[in-house]
Design a binder for this molecule. Structure first.
Ligand code: ZN
Length: 164
């Protein structure tokens, strides 16, 4: 079990665009395992590779573990291929922005195409918390944080609260 340090804003790794992973090597699988260990320890329900200082397009999600129904998913080179027109707005925390909850508007349902930890292609729709979490984590791969998704005046008000 390896818990890696979570990078906090304004670490520049959080605001860069991550590079494609490509082949799912043993190193990539080890990274994903460490990311689950780090996410469970935090605790959180999603974690993107840039948050542990690795600028690659990979994130992990475990939406159910706090409710006792684990469904760990590894998303490698994910693409949000389609988004339903319905929108959902809710408070989002972020392990890289401790102390901050920001109300972010997202698509209520998204179709995601990705490669799993076995190197297999995957393609399916997600809704509810999973849809929101996926959009949050996919944003991390493009250097976008919740504070970039809200009204700039509200972001200015929240930013001094990071780490409190
Ligand atoms: Zn986050």
């Amino acid at each position: 079990m390896t818990v890696r340090p979570v990078r906090l804003w304004p670490d520049p790794v959080l605001t860069g665009v991550a590079a494609p992973v490509g082949d799912v090597t043993p190193e990539v699988r080890a990274l994903a395992r460490d990311m689950f260990d780090t996410m469970y320890a935090a605790p959180g329900r999603g974690l993107a590779a840039p948050q542990v200082g690795v600028p690659l397009r990979l994130f992990v999600m475990e939406a159910g573990w706090k409710a006792g129904a684990p469904t760990p998913l590894v998303f490698i080179d994910p693409v949000i291929a389609e988004a339903a027109p319905a929108r959902a707005t809710g408070p989002e925390g972020c392990l890289s922005l401790p102390g901050i909850m920001a109300d972010v508007e997202r698509a209520a349902r998204v179709r995601v195409v990705w490669t799993d930890a076995e190197g297999q292609p995957q393609d399916r729709w997600f809704d509810g918390f999973e849809a929101v979490c996926i959009q949050h984590e996919a944003d991390h791969l493009d250097g976008i944080l919740t504070l970039d998704r809200i009204d700039p005046a509200e972001a200015t008000r929240l930013r001094p609260l990071i780490g409190t």
